[in-house]
Design a protein around this ligand. Structure first.
Ligand code: MN
Length: 161
């Protein structure tokens, strides 16, 4: 019994030491409060239709990813584009569409996770009769460089024709 108690104490101590090491790298947690960061309207040069971009978190310290929440109104979509380090999309509400160059348009729904590989030309947006909101996570190749914007997605491309 005595032996198992000292074993537990050792395990706990080990746990604290491990926590100490993890915390030493970045001493204080930061909470970015909901509503603290202003939303921006998607520029008509890189989006078709109404799009709202809400920043979630910037790249910081050793982390080179940044996140944002993007809401597309029905029919709205991004231009064609590529990502220098890829992108992950997590659909949180509505019904949307994603297109990849030379491939059929696909419908996306809440809970779907879309992984866009490095340099693959694609677009994302809402379905014609529904809004779509996704969280977007990108990594930076160089500071603030997460996307290369290309031409607009035509109605024919959006409809998959
Ligand atoms: Mn993308």
């Amino acid at each position: 019994m005595k032996r198992s108690i000292s074993g537990l104490a050792l395990a706990l101590l080990g746990g604290f030491l491990l926590c100490g090491q993890v915390l030493a790298a970045d001493a204080t947690q930061k909470i970015i409060r909901n509503g603290e960061q202003a939303a921006v309207k998607g520029s008509p040069e890189i989006f078709t239709g109404n799009v709202r971009i809400e920043p979630l978190y910037p790249a910081n310290n050793a982390m080179v990813s940044s996140g944002g929440q993007v809401t597309f109104e029905p029919g709205a979509r991004s231009n064609w584009h590529t990502h220098p380090v890829g992108q992950v999309l997590i659909v949180t509400s509505g019904v949307g569409r994603v297109g990849e160059w030379g491939k059929p348009v696909q419908e996306i729904r809440p809970g779907d996770v879309i992984i866009c590989p490095v340099g693959v030309k694609h677009w994302h947006g809402a379905a014609p009769n529904s809004h779509m909101t996704h969280i977007s996570i990108c990594e930076e190749k160089e500071p603030s460089k997460v996307v290369e914007w290309l031409e607009k997605v035509t109605d024919e491309q959006y409809e998959g024709r």
